[in-house]
Design a protein around this ligand. Structure first.
Ligand code: SF4
Length: 328
Protein backbone atom coordinates (compact mmCIF):
# COMPACT_ATOMS: atom_id res chain seq x y z
CA UNK A 1 0.00 0.00 0.00
CA UNK A 2 1.77 3.13 -1.18
CA UNK A 3 1.61 6.17 1.15
CA UNK A 4 -0.20 8.21 -1.53
CA UNK A 5 -2.99 5.58 -1.77
CA UNK A 6 -3.71 5.77 1.94
CA UNK A 7 -2.81 8.87 3.97
CA UNK A 8 -0.98 7.43 6.99
CA UNK A 9 -3.02 8.24 10.13
CA UNK A 10 -0.71 8.78 13.15
CA UNK A 11 -3.15 7.02 15.47
CA UNK A 12 -2.44 3.85 13.56
CA UNK A 13 1.26 4.01 14.25
CA UNK A 14 2.88 1.72 16.85
CA UNK A 15 1.52 2.14 20.39
CA UNK A 16 3.41 -0.64 22.16
CA UNK A 17 6.27 -2.93 21.28
CA UNK A 18 5.34 -5.94 23.41
CA UNK A 19 4.65 -8.88 21.06
CA UNK A 20 1.29 -10.63 21.31
CA UNK A 21 0.83 -13.72 23.44
CA UNK A 22 1.75 -16.67 21.15
CA UNK A 23 -1.40 -18.08 19.55
CA UNK A 24 -0.88 -21.60 20.92
CA UNK A 25 -0.68 -20.15 24.44
CA UNK A 26 -3.91 -18.22 23.95
CA UNK A 27 -5.60 -21.44 22.84
CA UNK A 28 -4.27 -23.20 25.95
CA UNK A 29 -5.40 -20.33 28.19
CA UNK A 30 -8.95 -20.96 26.92
CA UNK A 31 -8.62 -24.71 27.38
CA UNK A 32 -8.59 -25.14 23.61
CA UNK A 33 -6.41 -26.99 21.13
CA UNK A 34 -6.56 -26.98 17.34
CA UNK A 35 -6.87 -30.46 15.84
CA UNK A 36 -8.23 -31.72 12.54
CA UNK A 37 -11.87 -32.70 12.40
CA UNK A 38 -13.21 -34.80 9.53
CA UNK A 39 -11.33 -33.53 6.47
CA UNK A 40 -13.94 -32.96 3.74
CA UNK A 41 -12.15 -30.50 1.46
CA UNK A 42 -8.94 -30.41 -0.55
CA UNK A 43 -7.60 -26.92 -1.25
CA UNK A 44 -5.18 -26.96 -4.17
CA UNK A 45 -2.90 -24.04 -4.91
CA UNK A 46 -2.02 -24.43 -8.61
CA UNK A 47 0.57 -21.65 -8.64
CA UNK A 48 1.72 -18.22 -7.57
CA UNK A 49 1.39 -16.52 -10.94
CA UNK A 50 -1.21 -13.75 -10.90
CA UNK A 51 -2.13 -10.77 -13.05
CA UNK A 52 -2.28 -8.64 -9.89
CA UNK A 53 0.01 -7.86 -6.94
CA UNK A 54 -2.55 -7.26 -4.21
CA UNK A 55 -1.27 -5.55 -1.08
CA UNK A 56 -2.94 -8.07 1.23
CA UNK A 57 -1.62 -11.15 -0.58
CA UNK A 58 -0.17 -13.61 1.97
CA UNK A 59 1.54 -15.58 -0.81
CA UNK A 60 3.26 -12.67 -2.56
CA UNK A 61 1.66 -13.82 -5.82
CA UNK A 62 2.18 -11.71 -8.93
CA UNK A 63 2.93 -11.56 -12.68
CA UNK A 64 6.63 -12.35 -12.15
CA UNK A 65 6.05 -15.58 -10.18
CA UNK A 66 7.06 -18.73 -12.06
CA UNK A 67 5.92 -21.32 -9.49
CA UNK A 68 3.15 -23.26 -11.30
CA UNK A 69 1.93 -26.78 -10.56
CA UNK A 70 3.53 -29.34 -12.88
CA UNK A 71 1.21 -31.71 -14.78
CA UNK A 72 2.49 -34.81 -12.92
CA UNK A 73 1.59 -33.21 -9.57
CA UNK A 74 -1.85 -32.41 -10.99
CA UNK A 75 -2.15 -36.07 -11.97
CA UNK A 76 -1.21 -37.18 -8.43
CA UNK A 77 -3.95 -34.92 -7.06
CA UNK A 78 -6.48 -36.16 -9.64
CA UNK A 79 -5.67 -39.76 -8.68
CA UNK A 80 -6.03 -38.88 -4.95
CA UNK A 81 -9.46 -37.28 -5.53
CA UNK A 82 -10.62 -40.30 -7.54
CA UNK A 83 -9.61 -42.70 -4.74
CA UNK A 84 -10.86 -40.76 -1.71
CA UNK A 85 -14.25 -39.39 -0.69
CA UNK A 86 -13.66 -35.64 -0.89
CA UNK A 87 -16.73 -33.41 -0.75
CA UNK A 88 -15.14 -30.18 -2.01
CA UNK A 89 -12.09 -29.36 -4.13
CA UNK A 90 -11.11 -25.71 -3.81
CA UNK A 91 -8.78 -24.50 -6.60
CA UNK A 92 -6.78 -21.42 -5.69
CA UNK A 93 -3.57 -19.53 -6.55
CA UNK A 94 -2.28 -16.75 -7.50
CA UNK A 95 -4.84 -16.65 -10.29
CA UNK A 96 -5.69 -20.29 -11.10
CA UNK A 97 -7.29 -19.20 -14.39
CA UNK A 98 -3.78 -18.37 -15.66
CA UNK A 99 -2.53 -21.96 -15.34
CA UNK A 100 -2.10 -23.44 -18.83
CA UNK A 101 -3.59 -26.75 -17.67
CA UNK A 102 -6.55 -25.35 -15.73
CA UNK A 103 -9.13 -26.70 -18.21
CA UNK A 104 -7.51 -30.17 -18.10
CA UNK A 105 -7.45 -30.06 -14.27
CA UNK A 106 -11.10 -29.02 -13.95
CA UNK A 107 -12.29 -31.69 -16.43
CA UNK A 108 -10.38 -34.47 -14.64
CA UNK A 109 -11.28 -33.34 -11.11
CA UNK A 110 -14.96 -33.13 -12.00
CA UNK A 111 -14.93 -36.89 -12.67
CA UNK A 112 -14.26 -37.44 -8.93
CA UNK A 113 -17.82 -36.41 -8.08
CA UNK A 114 -16.54 -33.73 -5.70
CA UNK A 115 -17.99 -30.22 -5.78
CA UNK A 116 -15.50 -27.81 -7.37
CA UNK A 117 -14.73 -24.24 -6.31
CA UNK A 118 -12.58 -21.84 -8.32
CA UNK A 119 -11.14 -18.87 -6.40
CA UNK A 120 -10.92 -15.86 -8.66
CA UNK A 121 -9.65 -12.30 -8.37
CA UNK A 122 -12.18 -11.53 -11.19
CA UNK A 123 -9.58 -9.59 -13.14
CA UNK A 124 -7.95 -12.77 -14.48
CA UNK A 125 -11.23 -14.51 -15.33
CA UNK A 126 -12.30 -11.43 -17.29
CA UNK A 127 -9.61 -12.24 -19.85
CA UNK A 128 -10.79 -15.84 -20.32
CA UNK A 129 -12.77 -16.87 -23.43
CA UNK A 130 -16.34 -18.16 -23.66
CA UNK A 131 -15.35 -21.86 -23.81
CA UNK A 132 -13.77 -21.40 -20.36
CA UNK A 133 -17.03 -20.04 -18.95
CA UNK A 134 -18.90 -22.92 -20.65
CA UNK A 135 -16.51 -25.38 -19.02
CA UNK A 136 -17.20 -23.81 -15.61
CA UNK A 137 -20.97 -23.95 -16.07
CA UNK A 138 -21.00 -27.48 -17.54
CA UNK A 139 -19.14 -28.77 -14.44
CA UNK A 140 -21.09 -26.49 -12.08
CA UNK A 141 -17.86 -25.03 -10.73
CA UNK A 142 -18.66 -22.59 -7.91
CA UNK A 143 -16.88 -19.24 -8.03
CA UNK A 144 -15.48 -17.61 -4.89
CA UNK A 145 -14.48 -14.15 -6.04
CA UNK A 146 -12.31 -11.69 -4.16
CA UNK A 147 -13.88 -8.22 -4.35
CA UNK A 148 -12.18 -5.98 -1.77
CA UNK A 149 -14.33 -2.86 -1.94
CA UNK A 150 -17.29 -1.05 -3.57
CA UNK A 151 -15.08 2.01 -3.63
CA UNK A 152 -13.01 2.09 -6.84
CA UNK A 153 -10.14 4.08 -5.28
CA UNK A 154 -9.86 1.75 -2.29
CA UNK A 155 -10.20 -1.35 -4.48
CA UNK A 156 -7.45 -0.14 -6.80
CA UNK A 157 -5.21 0.82 -3.86
CA UNK A 158 -5.33 -2.87 -2.93
CA UNK A 159 -5.40 -4.40 -6.42
CA UNK A 160 -3.86 -1.91 -8.78
CA UNK A 161 -5.11 0.15 -11.73
CA UNK A 162 -7.96 -1.19 -13.85
CA UNK A 163 -8.87 -3.97 -11.39
CA UNK A 164 -12.18 -2.46 -10.33
CA UNK A 165 -13.66 -2.04 -13.80
CA UNK A 166 -12.50 -5.52 -14.84
CA UNK A 167 -14.04 -7.01 -11.68
CA UNK A 168 -17.40 -5.34 -12.32
CA UNK A 169 -17.40 -6.55 -15.94
CA UNK A 170 -16.40 -10.08 -14.86
CA UNK A 171 -19.25 -10.21 -12.32
CA UNK A 172 -21.70 -9.04 -14.99
CA UNK A 173 -20.37 -11.70 -17.39
CA UNK A 174 -20.69 -14.42 -14.74
CA UNK A 175 -24.29 -13.30 -14.15
CA UNK A 176 -25.02 -13.74 -17.88
CA UNK A 177 -23.90 -17.38 -17.52
CA UNK A 178 -26.34 -17.85 -14.63
CA UNK A 179 -23.88 -17.37 -11.78
CA UNK A 180 -25.20 -15.64 -8.68
CA UNK A 181 -28.89 -16.04 -9.47
CA UNK A 182 -30.82 -16.86 -6.25
CA UNK A 183 -31.83 -20.41 -7.18
CA UNK A 184 -28.89 -21.21 -9.45
CA UNK A 185 -26.54 -24.13 -8.78
CA UNK A 186 -23.87 -21.85 -10.18
CA UNK A 187 -22.86 -20.22 -6.89
CA UNK A 188 -21.06 -16.88 -7.03
CA UNK A 189 -19.78 -15.88 -3.59
CA UNK A 190 -17.79 -12.77 -2.78
CA UNK A 191 -14.83 -12.47 -0.41
CA UNK A 192 -14.14 -9.08 1.15
CA UNK A 193 -10.89 -8.24 2.91
CA UNK A 194 -10.37 -4.88 4.65
CA UNK A 195 -8.27 -2.42 2.63
CA UNK A 196 -5.89 -1.79 5.53
CA UNK A 197 -4.72 -2.68 9.03
CA UNK A 198 -8.18 -2.94 10.61
CA UNK A 199 -10.83 -5.58 11.09
CA UNK A 200 -13.92 -5.92 8.92
CA UNK A 201 -17.35 -4.64 9.95
CA UNK A 202 -19.90 -7.45 10.48
CA UNK A 203 -20.32 -9.84 7.57
CA UNK A 204 -24.12 -9.37 7.57
CA UNK A 205 -23.94 -5.59 7.29
CA UNK A 206 -21.32 -5.86 4.53
CA UNK A 207 -23.46 -8.37 2.60
CA UNK A 208 -26.50 -6.09 2.80
CA UNK A 209 -24.51 -3.08 1.60
CA UNK A 210 -22.73 -4.95 -1.25
CA UNK A 211 -25.99 -6.56 -2.41
CA UNK A 212 -27.78 -3.19 -2.52
CA UNK A 213 -25.00 -1.20 -4.21
CA UNK A 214 -23.96 -3.88 -6.74
CA UNK A 215 -27.58 -4.32 -7.79
CA UNK A 216 -28.46 -0.63 -7.97
CA UNK A 217 -25.27 0.56 -9.68
CA UNK A 218 -24.33 -2.41 -11.89
CA UNK A 219 -27.32 -4.81 -11.84
CA UNK A 220 -25.06 -7.52 -10.35
CA UNK A 221 -26.32 -10.49 -8.30
CA UNK A 222 -24.31 -12.79 -6.05
CA UNK A 223 -25.16 -15.51 -3.56
CA UNK A 224 -23.19 -14.97 -0.34
CA UNK A 225 -20.49 -12.67 0.98
CA UNK A 226 -17.68 -13.68 3.33
CA UNK A 227 -15.47 -11.14 5.09
CA UNK A 228 -12.12 -12.03 6.59
CA UNK A 229 -9.34 -10.27 8.39
CA UNK A 230 -6.11 -9.77 6.46
CA UNK A 231 -3.62 -12.42 7.52
CA UNK A 232 -0.30 -10.90 8.68
CA UNK A 233 1.89 -12.84 6.27
CA UNK A 234 3.67 -12.15 3.00
CA UNK A 235 3.21 -8.79 1.27
CA UNK A 236 0.67 -7.61 3.89
CA UNK A 237 3.08 -8.32 6.78
CA UNK A 238 5.86 -6.41 5.03
CA UNK A 239 3.55 -3.42 4.62
CA UNK A 240 2.47 -3.64 8.27
CA UNK A 241 6.08 -3.60 9.42
CA UNK A 242 7.27 -0.95 6.94
CA UNK A 243 4.41 1.36 7.98
CA UNK A 244 4.88 0.73 11.71
CA UNK A 245 1.45 -0.88 12.06
CA UNK A 246 2.50 -4.46 12.78
CA UNK A 247 2.35 -4.51 16.60
CA UNK A 248 -0.91 -2.60 16.79
CA UNK A 249 -2.53 -4.83 14.17
CA UNK A 250 -1.37 -7.99 15.99
CA UNK A 251 -2.73 -6.55 19.27
CA UNK A 252 -6.06 -5.77 17.61
CA UNK A 253 -6.25 -9.36 16.34
CA UNK A 254 -5.29 -10.74 19.74
CA UNK A 255 -7.87 -8.55 21.48
CA UNK A 256 -10.51 -9.80 19.03
CA UNK A 257 -9.66 -13.47 19.65
CA UNK A 258 -12.98 -15.37 19.70
CA UNK A 259 -12.71 -18.79 21.39
CA UNK A 260 -16.09 -19.73 19.89
CA UNK A 261 -14.61 -19.44 16.41
CA UNK A 262 -11.89 -22.08 16.95
CA UNK A 263 -14.02 -25.19 16.42
CA UNK A 264 -15.20 -23.86 13.04
CA UNK A 265 -11.82 -22.88 11.62
CA UNK A 266 -11.12 -23.86 8.03
CA UNK A 267 -7.98 -25.84 8.85
CA UNK A 268 -10.08 -28.38 10.78
CA UNK A 269 -11.81 -29.62 7.62
CA UNK A 270 -9.29 -28.82 4.85
CA UNK A 271 -6.13 -30.47 3.51
CA UNK A 272 -4.07 -27.87 1.63
CA UNK A 273 -1.72 -28.74 -1.26
CA UNK A 274 0.91 -26.30 -2.52
CA UNK A 275 1.82 -25.72 -6.19
CA UNK A 276 4.70 -28.24 -5.80
CA UNK A 277 2.45 -30.86 -4.17
CA UNK A 278 3.36 -30.56 -0.47
CA UNK A 279 0.80 -30.83 2.34
CA UNK A 280 -0.26 -28.14 4.81
CA UNK A 281 -3.14 -27.54 7.20
CA UNK A 282 -4.15 -24.45 5.20
CA UNK A 283 -3.10 -22.00 2.48
CA UNK A 284 -1.83 -19.51 5.06
CA UNK A 285 0.50 -22.11 6.53
CA UNK A 286 2.02 -22.46 3.07
CA UNK A 287 3.07 -18.81 3.33
CA UNK A 288 4.33 -19.45 6.87
CA UNK A 289 6.29 -22.56 5.77
CA UNK A 290 4.44 -24.69 8.34
CA UNK A 291 4.19 -28.16 6.80
CA UNK A 292 1.40 -30.46 7.99
CA UNK A 293 2.70 -32.41 11.01
CA UNK A 294 5.93 -30.34 10.61
CA UNK A 295 7.01 -32.88 7.99
CA UNK A 296 7.51 -32.24 4.26
CA UNK A 297 5.05 -34.76 2.75
CA UNK A 298 4.10 -34.87 -0.93
CA UNK A 299 0.55 -35.66 -2.05
CA UNK A 300 1.92 -38.69 -3.98
CA UNK A 301 3.13 -40.14 -0.65
CA UNK A 302 -0.34 -40.45 0.91
CA UNK A 303 -3.29 -42.68 -0.08
CA UNK A 304 -5.95 -41.40 2.32
CA UNK A 305 -7.05 -38.20 4.04
CA UNK A 306 -5.56 -37.28 7.43
CA UNK A 307 -7.53 -38.73 10.32
CA UNK A 308 -9.43 -36.51 12.81
CA UNK A 309 -7.54 -35.48 15.95
CA UNK A 310 -4.26 -34.57 14.24
CA UNK A 311 -2.63 -31.44 15.80
CA UNK A 312 -2.68 -28.46 13.42
CA UNK A 313 0.47 -26.35 13.01
CA UNK A 314 -0.22 -22.81 14.23
CA UNK A 315 1.55 -19.46 14.35
CA UNK A 316 0.60 -15.93 15.41
CA UNK A 317 -0.89 -15.35 11.96
CA UNK A 318 -3.68 -17.64 13.14
CA UNK A 319 -5.08 -14.79 15.19
CA UNK A 320 -6.48 -13.43 11.90
CA UNK A 321 -8.66 -16.51 11.53
CA UNK A 322 -9.93 -16.55 15.11
CA UNK A 323 -10.72 -12.81 15.25
CA UNK A 324 -14.33 -11.74 15.51
CA UNK A 325 -16.66 -14.18 13.72
CA UNK A 326 -13.65 -16.23 12.60
CA UNK A 327 -12.49 -17.61 9.26
CA UNK A 328 -14.59 -20.60 8.33
S1 SF4 B 1 -3.93 -19.74 9.61
FE1 SF4 B 1 -6.08 -20.08 10.15
S2 SF4 B 1 -6.71 -21.80 8.96
FE2 SF4 B 1 -4.46 -21.80 9.01
S3 SF4 B 1 -3.84 -23.08 10.74
FE3 SF4 B 1 -3.99 -21.00 11.46
S4 SF4 B 1 -6.07 -20.83 12.26
FE4 SF4 B 1 -6.01 -22.59 10.98
Amino acid sequence: MTANAHKINQDDILVSSTPVNPFHRTLKAHGLHLDTGEIIALQVNVGLKCDRECTHCHLDAGPMRKEMMPRDTMDSIIHFTHTNDIKVIDITGGAPELHEDIEYFIKKLSLSGSSLILRSNLSAIYSKNDPFFELLTSHKVKITASFPSLNEVLAEAVRGKGAFTKSIKALQKLNTYGYGAPSSELALNLVVNPSGAFLSPSQDSLEKEFRKVLKEKWDIDFNSLFSFANVPLGRFKIWLIDSGRYEKYMRDLETSFNPQAVSGLMCRIVLSVSWDGYLYDCDFNQAADLYMKSRKTHISEITSLPKPGQPIQTGDHCYACAAGAGFT
